[in-house]
Design a binder for this molecule. Sequence first.
Ligand SMILES: *[C@@H]1O[C@H](CO)[C@@H](O)[C@H](O)[C@H]1NC(C)=O
Ligand SMILES: *[C@@H]1O[C@H](CO)[C@@H](O)[C@H](O)[C@H]1NC(C)=O
Ligand SMILES: *[C@@H]1O[C@H](CO)[C@@H](O)[C@H](O)[C@H]1NC(C)=O
Ligand SMILES: *[C@@H]1O[C@H](CO)[C@@H](O)[C@H](O)[C@H]1NC(C)=O
Ligand SMILES: [Cu+2]
Length: 157
Amino acid sequence: MTLALVVWAFFIECEAVTYYVVGDGRGWTAPPNITAGFYDEWAAGKSFNGSDNLQFRYNGTHDFAAVSKEEYDSCAKVSSIGSGANGFGYGYKLPRKAGMYYFICTIDSHCEDGQKLAVNVTSTTSAGFATWSPPSTFGTLSTVLCSFALFLLVLGH
Ligand SMILES: *[C@@H]1O[C@H](CO)[C@@H](O)[C@H](O)[C@H]1NC(C)=O
Ligand SMILES: *[C@@H]1O[C@H](CO)[C@@H](O)[C@H](O)[C@H]1NC(C)=O
Ligand SMILES: *[C@@H]1O[C@H](CO)[C@@H](O)[C@H](O)[C@H]1NC(C)=O
Ligand SMILES: *[C@@H]1O[C@H](CO)[C@@H](O)[C@H](O)[C@H]1NC(C)=O
Ligand SMILES: [Cu+2]
């Protein structure tokens, strides 16, 4: 007769992730649709956490690149992560690490004209149980993403 010991372990890990539509209804755009400083105003007063998701949506021809502070300041013509025209959308998951993250459009003089975004990630997403919070801003959705891990251990002889 075989003696079998079955051990089930069930882990749930949740993190609160917020989806931000960059620029809300304006999207990711350049003048005349925005004025310089528009994305500074958009980012001001928002609290970005690690793993939050930035949705870049645009009409017209734009791209976006994740850059260093120097490249952000100088509007460097670096290679982009995503580009496209009307109706294009791209999601960017912010790194877990707290810090400043910079994004620009490299098309023509869009960056110089104000199509540049600086995001201050102030808290690292902590694993563990998180409470769901309703959207606080138009165009912003909060969700709780959970990963499930199921371990089955069978010991026997
Ligand atoms: C892009 O254009 C479409 C159609 O006019 C509109 O529904 C959408 O809201 C626009 N998106 C942005 C980011 O401007
Ligand atoms: C993430 O940011 C929201 C505000 O957008 C804040 O209420 C929440 O406490 C933050 N979550 C974590 C895990 O820091
Ligand atoms: C401004 O927005 C309109 C409407 O969404 C779009 O057709 C146009 O291409 C945009 N201009 C720029 C420079 O993105
Ligand atoms: C980012 O936010 C943190 C916490 O609020 C603050 O200490 C830090 O100075 C900010 N960084 C920048 C570059 O504004
Ligand atoms: Cu652009």
